[in-house]
Ligand binder design. Structure first.
Ligand code: SAH
Length: 263
């Protein structure tokens, strides 16, 4: 059974996002003769196959689900996790500041769960490639599974290597880091990058940011900038609209830089 994403009509093998409410969504693969079980009853895939994405379907207990076409962020948020993942708000900034697009070649470390890897692959496909370094072999299998499920494995080379020991690739468009000591990778990133290439590093603590910024300034990078992105949800109802009480107050800081040609 070929794994695909629905275009307009849901076919067997397609992934669909069964949506009940913003907090109750399920990523499932439509398989003939099978059903998907939730706390609100089960949904039979036979009742979905052949329907348009966005169609409603009733569970065995009479609850309505909408079968949506999954987006990149759905695959990211539903990853089988083995590490903390990079959240969509941070992924968006990382992608924008990395300057990547279709055809780019990107070096990334560490792979972790592969959430950020999936996003990078999504934007460099179909001609580009992500070279993703991960020191812990046991993480690679899960990351690979997550990438396959999102249909992005072909655009990624997973490498069981320590990036602090060096980067094999040359002339890459961007180096993207999410690992504990990013400052140790800065000199390798300089050697791996194309002239004027970008480095982007995500770190949860300010101590890491200081060391990384200093390393960038000392190793041939300009336009060095660190930012934090706070995303606050709104509850919208006429006359009562206001920010939600709870938010994810901290994920991490994102540091950017661009390579200069040294004299
Ligand atoms: N951004 C990832 C999460 C990365 S967690 C995601 O979205 O899923 C950080 C990862 O870096 C861990 O898996 C850790 O094993 C890996 N790591 C730490 N040091 C490393 C090194 N020197 N080389 C390669 N990977 C490393």
């Amino acid at each position: 059974m070929k794994q695909t994403l629905p275009e307009t009509e849901i076919h067997e093998g397609d992934y669909v996002l069964l949506y009940m409410s913003p907090r109750k969504t399920y990523l499932a693969r439509a398989e003939k003769g099978k059903s998907f079980h939730t706390h609100k009853g089960y949904v039979e895939f036979d009742s979905l196959i052949g329907k348009e994405c966005g169609s409603a379907v009733k569970s065995s207990l009479g609850f309505e689900f909408i079968a949506l076409k999954p987006q990149l962020r759905d695959f990211i948020m539903k990853s089988a996790r083995q590490t903390q993942i990079t959240y969509p708000k941070d992924v968006a900034l990382i992608v924008m500041f990395s300057g990547i697009g279709p055809g780019s070649r990107v070096v990334e470390a560490g792979t972790g769960t592969g959430a950020l890897t999936a996003a990078l692959a999504y934007y460099v496909k179909p001609e580009g490639k992500v070279y993703s370094y991960e020191i812990r072999e046991e993480f690679i299998a899960t990351a690979e599974k997550n990438l396959k499920r999102a249909g992005l494995k072909d655009f990624v080379e997973l490498k069981n290597k320590d990036i602090v020991a060096g980067i094999d690739e040359r002339d890459v468009d961007a180096v993207v880091l999410d690992l504990a000591p990013p400052w140790l990778v800065v000199p390798h990133a300089y050697s791996a990058l194309k002239p004027s290439g970008a480095i982007v590093s995500f770190s949860p603590t300010i101590d890491q940011v200081v060391k990384t910024v200093e390393a960038l300034r000392e190793n041939g990078f300009v336009d060095v900038e660190s930012v934090e992105c706070l995303m606050r949800g709104m509850q919208v109802e006429r006359g009562k609209t206001r920010p939600q009480t709870l938010m994810t107050a901290h994920t991490g800081y994102i540091t950017f830089g661009r390579k200069i040609t040294k004299l």
